[in-house]
Design a protein around this ligand. Structure first.
Ligand SMILES: [Zn+2]
Ligand SMILES: [Zn+2]
Length: 400
């Protein structure tokens, strides 16, 4: 006995076609979220052609039922309140499991009138939005279900299930949960955001969440040469077709060979690039000195020097009690590490002196540099030497 024809869908496609179809449709959804909702709508990191905007809005309505104003508002609020009680989805507050598997619930709860009012500016409110997308929220999803079953019969139901779970799990769960929990950090941005893996493919580059929290208005999420951002590749494709213009891709500084003084240009360039500067302080100053101390230390001291580089460079608000005790122990016992730790904290404090039209910042930065040179620590001196070569580029590039 053979199964009835409708079992395989009216067109009788094979399961392989169903798999390819699922991968393509979910990928388009991911691109809609990362390029349209995230980089364009929430952060204004690029311009998008109106036709492309309409396509993404239509696709998101069809496959997710998400409303642009809600997504945008909740996400902007997340950046403003990261890792506090007001954060709409912090695994540090609510636990990783909750965010990973119940991400959409947190999203729903976050979409209050208040949040939308304060954070939802500049999102579409045209006829289509009012009369179709936000009014018939689930019509798109039901249409997809009908199309899936028509194409693939009973397999279509599985296809539909995967399509519907893709965004809640990968976008709401993995990025908002894992992206603030596990992974590596290029930069000590003032929250717990991490890069999950260096190759942003499965979720279109959103894996690089530590880079994103460091440079939230950048259209490009990869920073290091070995990192890959698929969403950025799409933006470049759209750009070559005249459909997109990246507005900002992270700080641009120029290093001028032979420049050996700290002027206002140096100060602004260093301020713009401060996350990178702090990351290099960790790599070029703290790392080598910790290693040197480790080599000559006795057993007991080696114990407290384990992972000392990351602890000594950690963003203040993320230091746990046990780590604070270790920092104290290191500072009390190893003078050279005490010096570079204090210099790091002081350098961090320089960035906050932005009043007085920049003069205050320039003075504080100069003072920090001469203090650093006065320590006589070679690595610190070299570091200052390099900072002096910083300048603001003559032609400000907006794309790279
Ligand atoms: Zn985040
Ligand atoms: Zn963001």
């Amino acid at each position: 006995m053979s199964l009835p024809d409708w079992w395989y869908g009216v067109l009788g496609f094979s399961p392989w076609v169903a798999i390819v179809y699922t991968l393509i449709t979910t990928h388009i959804t991911i691109v809609s979220v990362t390029v349209y909702l995230h980089r364009f709508s929430a952060h204004r990191a690029l311009e998008l052609h109106p036709g492309l905007q309409h396509f993404f809005r239509f696709w998101l309505w069809l496959t997710t039922g998400m409303v642009t104003v809600e997504w945008t508002a909740i996400h902007r609020k997340h950046h403003v309140t990261t890792e506090t009680d007001d954060d709409p989805h912090s695994p540090r507050i609510h636990g990783l499991r909750a965010i990973l598997f119940r991400g959409t619930e947190f999203y729903r709860a976050g979409a209050t009138a208040d949040t939308i009012d304060s954070y939802g500016k500049g999102t579409p409110s045209d006829w289509l939005e009012k009369n179709v997308y936000s009014r018939f929220l689930f019509t798109g999803i039901v249409t997809v279900l009908i199309v899936d079953i028509a194409l693939f019969g009973t397999i279509g139901i599985v296809v539909f299930g995967v399509q519907m779970l893709w965004i809640p799990f990968f976008a709401a769960g993995v990025i908002n949960g894992v992206g603030h929990y596990w992974g590596y950090r290029n930069f000590e941005c003032p929250d717990a955001a991490t890069n999950i893996v260096p190759w942003g493919i499965l979720i279109g580059g959103e894996e690089l969440h530590n880079n994103h929290h460091t440079y939230p208005n950048s259209a490009k999420l990869s920073v290091r040469p070995w990192e890959f951002d698929l969403g950025w590749l799409w933006i470049r494709c759209f750009q070559s077709l005249g459909l997109a213009t990246p507005l900002y891709t992270g700080p641009v500084v120029e290093k001028v060979d032979g420049k050996n003084q700290i002027d206002m240009d140096t100060t602004w360039a260093v301020l713009n690039d401060r996350f990178e500067v702090m990351a290099r302080y960790a790599e070029a100053v703290v790392g080598p000195l910790v290693e040197e101390e480790y080599r000559r230390a006795d057993r007991a001291t080696r114990q407290i020097l384990k992972r000392a580089k990351s602890i000594l460079c950690r963003e203040e608000t993320l230091i746990q009690e046990s780590e604070r005790l270790r920092i104290e122990h290191i500072v009390d016992n190893i003078p050279v590490l005490a010096t570079i730790y204090e210099m790091r904290v002081e350098l961090q404090a320089v960035w906050s002196k932005r009043g007085g039209g920049g003069e205050e910042l320039l003075t504080a930065f100069r003072e920090w540099c001469s203090n650093a040179e006065a320590t006589g620590i070679q690595a610190l001196g070299d570091f200052v030497e390099e900072l002096k070569s910083y300048s603001i580029p003559t032609i400000a590039a907006t794309t790279s």
